[in-house]
Design a protein around this ligand. Structure first.
Ligand code: ADP
Ligand code: GLC
Length: 478
């Protein structure tokens, strides 16, 4: 079988990215095409997006989309078709997709409601190019209103909502109901109402025909208060339609044998990795690093456990380890990383900012990648680490626990371990995890074997694409 899927999201690689959501939205069309599912990706035309699409064609227009005119531009990038929603009053703004540096845009619910509205409109009447989807696949709260509009407007196209991160919910005050083009009856506990407000994510969770999240473990976690962030009841009530489908990483982009950013190397010949390590040490201006060279490539936020890092790495550094950090995020976290680097000149290197090329060189040069997240729906950097022989040291949560096999006497003896998994998520357990890492590192044979196992692990999209295809097929068949 097969058919057409409209994917609706706020980010998509290579057009616009703030995190892993963009990687996944940009990878799904290519992963699903071989299975007969043609996907068009609907995203906002933020500044710079249309220029990357090359030749575009206007396929649809409206005089008033949430307060101003809008056009839909059909173009192509990286082998798939994109529908860019151009609406100056909503998306022609400086800054990132959600904020201009001084805080989130106040009308974010309306901005992404407009995107979701257009998704429902495409499902109802086609995109103006004679293309109408069999499935609408919405991502995170920014796509959350799409299943709700499908329901309230009586459009009989089935929908999927994928939760990439429940911490962002798209909350608006109740007085915005009509402005969000929702009918009065939508404002109920069975609808979009959430503790007296409107929640875009809840709207999607109750209205979608199927719910997925990006790892099996996170699917279970979401039904518990520690991780569900108030939506655990809503999700538990829909447990029958919830499933976790693990993200993959793009083998063409993340491949140490062909990566143009690095000195290429293969699992059977790790000498090439040593050259990348030496270059990385030089690039960050570090001195000689006798122990493992760890890397951290991350948004610098509370979710990512950045506050745990300074205390956790103290003994690791004292024992001769090194650390290269690349990230940007909350001011307190950036300051904490600056202070850490200042305390350990020559041993801790820091780049504040976003740098795709440097991230590749870090995975290639690093011995270990640190991912101490408090919660992690899937996580991609631990998979990039595995692929490049940078052994992951991860908290035992969500997709981190699903993708890394933690070292223990048993898993090492069975030649199964691919990394270090620590629990609970605190500085002490993290420090103990680093001690374990250093002791395996000291045993060169065990270390090399662990690196090679990770590099050979199946981290591609094959299995997961088959699961999405099966889900779509089930929904279309009804
Ligand atoms: P999240 O989406 O929660 O931030 P993921 O691990 O799913 O976490 O995805 C993060 C993505 O962003 C990965 O592709 C990672 O390599 C990339 N990334 C994060 N911070 C930076 C940075 N400062 N520079 C370059 N890439 C980054
Ligand atoms: C979110 C999550 C991350 C996940 C990504 C892609 O940003 O925080 O864990 O990997 O989405 O699904």
């Amino acid at each position: 079988m097969g058919g057409r899927v409209l994917s609706v999201a706020s980010e998509c690689v290579p057009l616009v990215k703030t995190g892993g959501l963009a990687d996944v939205v940009g990878a799904l069309p290519g992963a699903l095409a071989p299975r007969g599912w043609q996907m068009r990706v609907l995203i906002p035309a933020y500044p710079g997006v249309v220029a990357q699409l090359g030749a575009v064609r206007e396929v649809w227009a409206a005089d008033d989309l949430f307060g101003g005119p809008a056009r839909l531009l059909l173009g192509r990038v990286a082998g798939f078709e994109v529908l860019a929603l151009a609406a100056e009053h909503l998306f022609a703004r400086l800054g990132g997709p959600y904020s201009d540096g001084s805080g989130d845009f106040r009308d974010n619910p309306e901005r992404f409601a407009a995107l979701s509205w257009v998704a429902a409109e495409i499902a109802r009447a086609g995109d103006g190019d004679g293309w109408r989807p069999d499935i609408v696949h919405a991502h995170d709260w920014q796509g959350g209103f799409a299943p709700a509009y499908l329901r309230y407007r009586g459009v009989g196209v089935p929908s999927v909502l994928t939760v990439h991160n429940i911490a962002f919910q798209g909350i608006a005050g109740p007085e915005r109901l009509a402005a969000l083009r929702l009918p009065p009856e939508a404002f109920s506990p069975e609808g979009v109402e959430y503790w007296g407000n409107i929640s875009a994510l809840k709207a999607g969770l109750v209205a979608a025909d199927a719910i997925t999240t990006v790892s099996p473990r996170y699917a279970d976690e979401l039904m518990r208060p520690e991780f569900g962030l108030g939506l655990e009841g809503v999700i538990s009530a829909r447990a029958g339609v919830v499933q976790g489908i693990l993200n993959g990483i793009d083998d063409a982009v993340w491949n140490p044998e062909s990566d143009p950013e690095i000195v290429p190397y293969a699992a059977r010949a790790l000498a090439g990795k040593a050259q990348n390590r030496a270059r990385l040490v030089a690039e960050f201006g570090l001195g000689e690093v006798a122990g493992p060279l760890a890397i951290l490539v991350s948004r610098l936020t509370h979710q990512k456990g950045i506050d745990l890092v300074p205390e956790a790495v103290a003994a690791f550094l004292a024992a001769g380890g090194g650390l290269c950090i690349l990230g940007a995020g909350e001011p307190w976290a950036e300051d904490a990383m600056r202070a850490l680097a200042a305390r350990h000149p020559g041993q801790v290197g820091l780049r504040i900012g976003y740098d795709e090329g440097l991230s590749h060189r870090m995975f290639a040069g690093g011995d270990a990648v640190l991912v101490p997240s408090r919660f992690e729906p899937c996580g991609l950097t631990q998979m990039m680490g595995l692929r490049y022989g940078a052994v992951p040291v991860v908290a035992a949560v969500g997709g981190l626990a699903d993708t890394v096999i933690g070292a223990s006497p048993a898993s090492l003896a069975a030649a199964a371990a691919t990394g270090v998994v620590f629990h609970p998520v605190d500085a002490l357990a993290f420090a103990q995890g680093l001690r374990k890492l250093s002791s395996i590192y000291a045993d060169r044979a065990a270390w090399g074997a662990m690196q090679r196992r990770g590099m050979k692990a199946d981290l591609g999209w094959g299995t997961s694409a088959a699961r999405y295809a099966a889900l779509y097929e089930g929904l279309v068949r009804g």
